[in-house]
Design a protein around this ligand. Sequence first.
Ligand code: URA
Length: 297
Amino acid sequence: MRLEHVVRLSAKEKGHLSLQEAAALIRSDRVRVDAQVVSEPSHQVLIPAEEVTLDGVRLDPARAFQRLLLFNKPSGVVCEGASSSERSIFRLLTDHQRHHTLSFFGRLDKDTTGLMLLGTDGGIGALLTDPDSGISKEYWAALSGIRPLHPDAAQRIAAGLELADGSYCLPATLQIVHRPPDPALQTTLPSPPVEMEAAQAVGQPVVCLTLHEGRNHQVKRMLGACDGHVVKLHREAIGPLRLSELRIAQGTARVPNEQELKLILSMLPASRDAKARSELIQRRLRGKGLNQIEIQK
Ligand code: URA
């Protein structure tokens, strides 16, 4: 995580620092990382392994996460304005959990179930949902058995798929649950979550799709581009956080414990690595039929 973010988020309780204010503090040599003065705001800090101090006082980035919630979204509720709609996800929260600036970090469709992060810090939300952060999201989808998925679906998705509207998806991983399980294929595939049991019981094909970005209806559109029709969709994991291990009843939210908080901190982008960024832009341009030369002209 960039040092300027650590300082901004950790010192926030003292007076809501902007990124510019945090950078100014760092440039004036008042910030140390593991006892060494660091004056470059973009310096990468390994949270929580390295200790950051401001004027000799230890900063605790976990402070910024005081209003952060892990939420197990049920089907039938929508990700929209706090109190605007009867069906808003926020209606499911307790009075204590609700807050007028609480927002969701990454939207799920009304009929999608699964793990969501809610919080009051838009800066954290932006970092967690930025496609450049590369945070993985693991989705499980039950497909209509009527139309078979294209035999090359996994390869097409791994190569980076172009959607019907011409937009381009980053390479992702599609794993198909085989019944009976093929040991050679199942080695890296975790067991399907309970949310897929009903679909499996009636013989609907089940797939696991791991993405590193989050566009509107992305899973449905990607599988649709491979002839699949999603009848049930569930988000099981965000980075290292797995819903089945978090033990949150469906339709409820809770604050993360210290261990989970560390996992969330560890997800924040270590860097906006220039090479990865340029590769991403190049792929998107290729998806639009342009190449680097044309852009440079
Ligand atoms: N992709 C979708 O199609 N829907 C969701 O809710 C999330 C990802």
